[in-house]
Structures are given as structure tokens and as C-alpha cells.
Design a protein around this ligand. Sequence first.
Ligand code: C2O
Ligand code: CU
Ligand code: CU
Length: 469
Amino acid sequence: MKNNGMILGLLGFLLGAFFTVATALAAPKENPLPIPPLLTNQSSDPAVARFELTVQKGETEFFPGKPNITLGYNGNLLGPTLRAKRGQRVEITVHNSLREYTTVHWHGMLLPGSEDGGPHQVVAPDSDWKARFTVNQPAATLWYHPHGIGNTATQVYFGLAGFFILDDEASEKLDIPREYGVDDIPLVVQDRRFSSAGVLLYNTTMRDIMYGMQGKTLLVNGAVNPYLMVPRAKVRLRLLNGSNAGFYDFSFEGNKKFHQIASDGGLLTRPVEMNHLPLSPGERGEIVMDFSGYGPGTVLYLRNGRLPALKIIVGKGKKESPPLPEVLAVVPPLPYTGTETVRRFTLSGLGRMVGINGRQMNLRRINEQVRLNSTEIWEITSRTGMMGMMGGGGNMLHNFHAHGIQFQVLARNGSMPPENERGWKDTVQVREGEVVQVITRFQYPGDFMYHCHVLEHEDNGMMGQFRVE
Ligand code: C2O
Ligand code: CU
Ligand code: CU
């Protein structure tokens, strides 16, 4: 099963070779940005959201005339956007039509361990799995993706990922852009590597194992060289770093200012003005950019570092665009008494030997026992040291994600985190030598994962389990 990525890669290669004239990869034409469709709720009861997802194999031409075998939910690549409201009962049936097992994990969702879609909730080939939970958390941009032991990285790389948007009453009353696909745009950004024949490549070098799989081509919602027409008004971009291992830093040309309005787990207390937004794998950030001051036809690039990610074309006309609300949400700081259990997690190791606290993932081992409804402080640090640098290419980059919870960042190296990290988070970047303290409450019972969200690190064992009971 571990080799599925290789098999896919090989099939893609053969397909690519078959259909390819032996020339260098033609510069890809511009593609209209695909917007993942909203998945239809099958329930007529407004208290219930019922969805059906089929995990399937498909074919995608990232470059014209160069088909690749890819994976998708209900389609060839990526998945539809699921949407539910706080208080709603959610029922999702997942059907796996692949020849290898998968799981579907609801990243960022607060729910019992049995519904989480982690490595324990295996969906075997040709079988179904049902997840049932009630949404009980603030409006947020969450996402879903596979989580099998040893096959997460390849399944995500070849296309399995989708958005899961949550709404709540408070956020629906806010005067912020909310028209899906019009002024409220989901953007999953993923770097990928292509051969000169337009074949999607996976794991071709030692470096890919060390640092995780990275590529020079950015896909946004699965498209190469995408462009998006936006209204001449404020526009909300829900950014998701859906890459395997790329640490991104988003900005607009000329470092134009924008506001971040939400982090992983929901709206921030108030809009935070910034000119760049770092997102590590798995992290989300909602930003609002005001295009009302630009003339019709103005072109602006959203970039990752210096690399253009999305060409934005300002439309005609002008929509009324009220100023952003001064207060977006209430994020009550978790009460901190000093008597909380403190647990320490050290990310370290090299190559296939990456681990947490010197241990590698073992499905039969519960690493941490947590009391239901308790509040704890988790202290995460990354220590690769000189060895990482000797591997070539500088320090190993890691982050930390935990299932079934949203946390608040108390401190980075003893000081307050930046303003945009003072809301709900489920994934944080942890720089080499840095100590990141987070506080959280454990509201749901079950077995959950914590891990580095660099997917090759996760698959190689940089993951552990905690049991809440
Ligand atoms: Cu986004 Cu354990 O995963
Ligand atoms: Cu998760
Ligand atoms: Cu890592």
C-alpha cells in the first residue's frame, strides 16, 4: 500500500509518455480558477447535514494534452466543499472506490475520536464508513483529507483534499464578504513537481524524504497558472496550505496591506492588518483584500514568496463595500491557573527516523492519557540541531497539529504570539529551537493523533496518540 504513490506516478509517467510529443513542457496557458462546488446536503431536515463522498481515481490535465492519473472526492481531483452550521448534526457517508485503503479526517473539527477519520477509522477498498457528529464550534475554514498510516502523503499529493466550512449565527450577522465563489473564495495552495513531459512526480530524491515532497509548480484549487476575476470591492480569501511540505508566505505584489480575519479555528477578535501571511502545511488563514480602490481591469498577483500563485483581475462596476467590523468574534482566553498539566513534545530526528519525544508512531501505543474536560498546556519544541543542517538545505521545518481540539497559543519563546495567532488554532509552526506553548481544553473522548503536518514526516512516524477519557 505504501507504494501506491509510486504506482500512480509510474502510471502517470506511462500515460504522459504515451501522449507526449518529445518537447519541453509548453508554458501552461492561463486557467480560470476552479471553485470547488458546494456539496449538496441530502437532508430535508434543517437540523441535519447529510453528505456523501466517494474516494475515486480520475484523470487530470494540469498541462494541456498531458493527462495524469489523480485522486479526488466525487471527481477527478480534490473534493467538493462541505458546509455545515453550528448546532447541526452532520452525517457523512464515505465510499472508497480505490484499490487501497484510505481514511477521511475532518481537520480542525471538535468531535469524538471515533468520528475523527484518523488512522483508526480505516475505509477498506470497496467499503463505506459513516461519520456522525454535531457541530459545536465557531464558524471556521476547516478541511478534510486522508490519514492512513504510511499512505497519507501520496493520497494527498495525488489529489485528496477538500474544504469543510463551518458557519454560526454570530458570524452570519457580520458585515463581511460571504458570497461563496464570488467575494468569498476558498483557495487551497499546493506545490507540486512535474517532469518536463507534464507528469506529476512524487518522491524522486533523498531530499524529498528528509524535508518532505516539494515542487516548483504551485497549484491553486488544482489549477496551474490560475486567474480569478474579483468584484471591485472587499474580497475574502480562505487560504489553506494544502501542501505536503511547503512552508508558504503569502503576500500581494508591492506588499500591499490586507486584513487577516480568521485563523485555523475561527474568526479573530478583530481584523489584523498585515502585509504577508506565513502558513505552514495544514494551516488556514482568512484574509480580506479591498479591491474597491483599483480601476477595472487592474491585475494584482497573490504570491507565495516571490512566486506568483494567483492572478487577480479587478472587475468592472463597484460594489458597496462597508469597512470591516471592528469586532469580529469573542475569543475568550482559556482560564489559566498554573495548576494545569504541562506536557512537552520535542520534534526531532532525520530522514525516515523522525519522531516526537524520541518515539515513532505506533498504533498500539497511547502516548498520552488526558482527562476529559481538563485544560492542559502543551509545550512544543523542535530540535534537529546541526544534523539537520548537515542534511543539506538548512534546518528541518516542522509544525504541530492535534486532532479533536482547537488551542490558543500562549507564547512563542516566552513572548506573546503575533496578533494573528491569538485566535483559535489547530496547527502551529515550530521553528528550530523555538518553544511554543499552547493551551487547550479536551471536550471529547476518544483516541486522537498529534503530529507534524509535513506529510512525509507524519508518514515516517512523527506522530503520536493521546487518549481522552
Ligand atoms: Cu490535517 Cu492529522 O491532520
Ligand atoms: Cu487533523
Ligand atoms: Cu516535520
